[in-house]
Design a protein around this ligand. Sequence first.
Ligand code: ZN
Length: 188
Amino acid sequence: MNILVDKHALDTRLGPTPAALDPRWTAVASRGPRFDGQFVYGVLTTGVYCRPICPSRLAKPENVSFYPAPSDAEKAGFRPCRRCRPNQSSITAEHAEVITAACRTIEESDELPTLESLAGAFRLSPSHFHRMFKAFTGITPRAYGVAYRTQRVRSALTERRGRVTDAIYERVSIQTVGSMSRRIKCLA
Ligand SMILES: [Zn+2]
């Protein structure tokens, strides 16, 4: 109890932590894409450093320190985040638009689009598109498509209990029904 009281007294005396007052913290809190590539931040509690736009759960400002470049964060002992990959080339707002559009295409297609057709729609090479998609979403385009379809079938099944076959045939293309049926059996 005494420890808590003392800590409270200390917090009151020191006021807000320096990181919370740093304008870069505002950039992190808002995840603004225009700050991407301008600095990175390390999170003391995880030992990981991130881009300002990282989609991971926001750290507490008192656990955050800022670095001008990924190499500075690594010198300080942080390792790159697996989600935002701060040590790879910058994700711009333009990239974000491409990825969002690609996600819509995957969601709206009856069959999973090939990597070549997705990349081609944005005039990108398949390997570049694949890397970009994974850097932004944390998963591959194919994994995204499968996850989206699995989720969609599960919702359909919840809505219409008992009409399993209808739901599957209505929502999923014929080619994927075999694997989806096996998945449903596992879920049942
Ligand atoms: Zn991150």
